[in-house]
Ligand binder design. Structure first.
Ligand SMILES: *[C@@H]1O[C@H](CO)[C@@H](O)[C@H](O)[C@H]1NC(C)=O
Ligand SMILES: *[C@@H]1O[C@H](CO)[C@@H](O)[C@H](O)[C@H]1NC(C)=O
Ligand SMILES: *[C@@H]1O[C@H](CO)[C@@H](O)[C@H](O)[C@H]1NC(C)=O
Length: 766
């Protein structure tokens, strides 16, 4: 998987270096951070309070173990440094639900407001209540001097706000204002794993030395900045989705990653502080919900009415590559916009090809120079991707080099070419990236090309005796069609944990996004890049997530009483999955139409989402029923919910009955004892709609594209005579057997003549 954060290379290097230090430190070697989940109902009466009780539980197994954080909102429990033996002993003590080793998460942007139609209808999106909504962003911190944090248009900080502006060596009380109303940093888990923060390398404060956090925060809710651009590219007014909402930064990601004890602590505080929306552009490996820190903490946030929006991951286009799939989380994939940054390649044979680039330095001369393929001028096995030191200078000097995408950062490859004496680069997609063109602020003249173009150019190099080329960059192009298309990198379904819940939920812009940047590093994030920019253009589901977070804030402002599930439902049921001409949204990885496993309910359409007509609401109890349907034990459920809850004996819980705005129907291709195919399987899902509009009569339509499944909806008409009225319906799927691996899709729509409440249905046979 290619990493969309350009700093990852430095990051990996640091990891190695620092691991070496940790290894040398023999005394600490055995200790790791564990998250200890306590069963508060078992607190002995002799304990004065839960903190004392937590402390004594720890003392039972270790005199020396130190507690990092205690938690009360997100979980009941604490994090502590323990040896694996101590952790095992602790888990056996009464009152302990589980002791889980901490995991490391990784971080997974002005056209988007226009592309999303937000400028057409300013009145609806700039209501008075907008400035009451607070978005908390867990990321690498913020660069408070960014003009996107200008607060001139905003009134006093919302009265209920309890957050703080934590002061550090590089962060001041004055760093916060009426836009950036809070900033905190959480590093105890990180420092336990990596040693004390080296302030020459990164700020021990909420300050963003990376850029990622400033980019995500300003995408969600940055103020409007006129005349923003990156070296003139993407010039225009930069603004966040909810430009009058407030921002609070929670720095949890450091040079070495983002640690779960710190993430828990940040979400603990964010809940207390009073945020309304949480935006997390980070992810770890997917695991069961009771082991997944972000899922557990998000459950607590959701139960307090806070919508949690997370990036789907950059693991695409492999199937099942999603992260952050808990059904109470809004999982956001990435699509392109109608904007490109063109570059032009001319070959010695007269052929010309389009590419993409954000190079802004001295252009190459227009005369042709020799062109080589990296794989032919390197002495390492993966020399084709231009890793550090892999190119042979005598064979590269004065030439343009074709480097394949993958393994190291894209802009880094240009430096490798430059260090070997090369003067230009053609960055070619390999198969998994398809025709996706991600633009970068390269340090040498570069054009990125899709796999097909790359293939033609390579063939020319392999067959011509003296291949030559030249590369030039152009100016920003708008109105590119088709758009959106699914980004190749966007992680795909099916849902690897619960296939009965369709994920991702939706897609939002995540390719070549312009937003605010740090003053600490240049636009490529590379050490060698000494340029400073106020805005940068980057790509990833990290960028699409804060778009959804900001749009959720718009809906929250318009409908303050809506639950997180209702807000997500509004975003999902009004999303679109076809272009105006009726054709399905394309997938950049394949050039073919994409499916709900790629985009969930589709691409967000915020103006429609403000008036969805009906919503699929869900309460915390519905999510607990879902956990019962997963057959989770009482203690697993308690880790997530902090509540005593017994799933009712004899009650039939069904995962498919979770009141979700989309449908996913995994079908077992059951074979009888003789191997023969079995009779049709019947699966029944129940859903409840809540009227959030005027009295209306809705009729259902189902697309019935899937021949192997008969879909029956009962009733077919729902009459809502008052606001907030609820009506249920059932969908019966009668499925016949299909070869394992078959997938098929349909759509179910409730329409009243004004609203279309759409849900995708995904069938998969296994
Ligand atoms: C260059 O590399 C390609 C692909 O690996 C290979 O097919 C070709 O033979 C190589 N050409 C030379 C001159 O080594
Ligand atoms: C090629 O291989 C040799 C020997 O393994 C190594 O010393 C050298 O640094 C490599 N790279 C180049 C560019 O020659
Ligand atoms: C839960 O257990 C029931 C009864 O054993 C079984 O039918 C059902 O398939 C299980 N559900 C899941 C999600 O494992």
């Amino acid at each position: 998987m290619e990493i969309y954060r350009f700093r990852h290379l430095t990051l990996v290097t640091l990891l190695f270096l620092r691991h070496a230090c940790v290894d040398a430190d023999k005394t600490n070697r055995q200790q790791k951070t564990y998250i200890v989940h306590m069963d508060k109902s078992l607190m002995p009466e002799s304990s004065n309070d839960h903190l004392q009780w937590y402390d004594s539980s720890l003392k039972l197994v270790s005199d020396s173990a130190s507690m990092l954080y205690t938690y009360n909102n997100v979980i009941h429990g604490y994090s502590a440094r323990l040896t694996s033996e101590e952790a095992r002993l602790l888990e056996e003590q009464p009152g302990i639900l589980s002791v889980q080793e901490e995991v490391r998460y990784e971080l997974h942007t002005t056209r988007s407001p226009e592309f999303l139609g937000l400028l057409k209808d300013a009145a609806v999106t700039e209501s008075n209540t907008m400035s009451e909504v607070i978005i908390g962003v867990l990321d690498t911190g913020v660069w408070p001097e960014s003009s996107s944090f200008d607060d001139r248009e905003l009134g006093p900080v919302p009265s209920g706000w309890k957050g703080e502006c934590e002061v550090g060596k590089t962060f001041y009380k004055s760093s916060c204002n009426r836009k950036l109303i809070g900033a905190r940093s959480f590093s105890q888990g990180y420092e336990e794993a990596f040693g004390p923060i080296d302030e020459t390398a990164e700020s021990n404060s909420p300050r963003d030395d990376d850029g990622h956090g400033t980019h995500t925060a300003t995408t969600a809710a940055g103020s409007a900045v006129v005349g923003a651009s990156l070296f003139g590219y993407a010039a225009g007014t930069a603004r966040g989705m909810a430009r009058h909402a407030r921002l609070a930064a929670y720095k949890v990601c450091w040079l070495g990653g983002c640690f779960s004890s710190d993430i828990l602590a940040a979400m603990e505080k964010a809940i207390e502080d009073g945020v309304n929306i949480l935006s997390l552009s980070l992810g770890g490996s997917v695991t069961d919900y009771f082991r997944d820190t972000v899922a557990i903490a998000s459950f607590a946030a959701t139960s307090r009415g806070i919508l949690v929006s997370c990036s789907a991951g950059n693991g695409g286009p492999s199937p099942g590559s999603l992260s952050n799939v808990a059904p109470w989380i809004t999982t956001v994939g990435a699509g392109t916009m109608d904007r490109q940054f063109p570059a032009y390649i001319s070959l010695g044979n007269g052929k010309k090809f389009p590419g993409s680039s954000l190079y802004s330095g001295k252009p190459l001369s227009s005369s042709f120079v020799p062109l080589v393929f990296a794989g032919n001028v390197s002495n390492t096995s993966n020399g084709n991707v231009c890793t550090t030191g892999s190119l042979i200078p005598e064979k590269v000097k004065g030439k343009i080099v074709i480097c394949d995408r993958g393994l190291n950062a894209r802009a880094q490859k240009g430096l490798v070419v430059r260090d070997a004496g090369g003067i230009g680069m053609i960055l070619a997609n390999t198969e998994s990236y398809g025709e996706e063109l991600v633009a970068d602020a390269h340090l040498i003249p570069t054009a990125a090309v899709g796999q097909a173009t790359g293939g033609i150019i390579k063939k020319y190099v392999f067959t011509e005796t003296n291949p030559t080329a030249t590369v030039a960059t152009g100016s920003t192009q708008l109105g590119v069609q088709p758009s959106p298309v699914i980004a190749s990198f966007s992680s795909r379904g099916p849902n690897p944990i619960t296939p009965d819940v369709l994920k991702p939920d939706l897609i939002a812009p995540g390719v070549n996004i312009l937003a605010g940047w740090t003053g600490k590093v240049g636009p490529t994030g590379l050490q060698e890049d000494s340029r400073h920019v106020d805005f940068n253009i980057v790509s990833g589901t990290s960028m699409s997530c804060p778009h959804a977070s900001g749009l959720a804030a718009l809906i929250k402002a318009a409908h303050p009483e809506w639950s997180p599930a209702a807000i997500r439902s509004a975003l999902m049921t009004t999303a679109y999955s076809t272009y105006k001409n009726g054709q399905g949204i394309q997938d950049l990885a394949t050039g073919l139409p994409s499916t709900p496993f790629d985009y969930g309910a589709g691409h967000v359409d915020p103006i429609s989402a403000l008036d969805p007509g009906l919503v699929y609401d869900a309460t915390i109890d519905n999510y607990i029923d879902f956990l019962c349907a997963l057959n989770y034990s009482a203690s697993m459920i308690k880790i997530i919910t902090k509540q005593d809850y017994s799933c009712k004996d004899g009650k039939e819980y069904s995962v498919g009955d979770l009141n979700y705005p989309s449908f996913s129907v995994p079908i077992q291709t059951a074979s009888g004892p003789g191997g023969g195919s079995s009779a049709p399987t019947v699966v029944k899902y129940t859903r409840t709609l809540t009227n959030v509009g005027n009295p209306a009569t809705y009729k259902v339509t189902v697309s019935q594209e899937t021949k192997a499944v008969k879909i029956l909806v009962e009733p077919e008409v729902l009459i809502f005579s008052k606001p907030n009225e609820k009506k249920s319906f059932t969908v019966t799927f009668t499925t016949s057997s299909m070869p394992s691996g078959t997938t098929s899709f349909d759509y179910l729509k409730w329409m009243d003549g004004k609203h279309t409440v759409g849900s995708p249905i995904a069938f998969s046979w296994s």
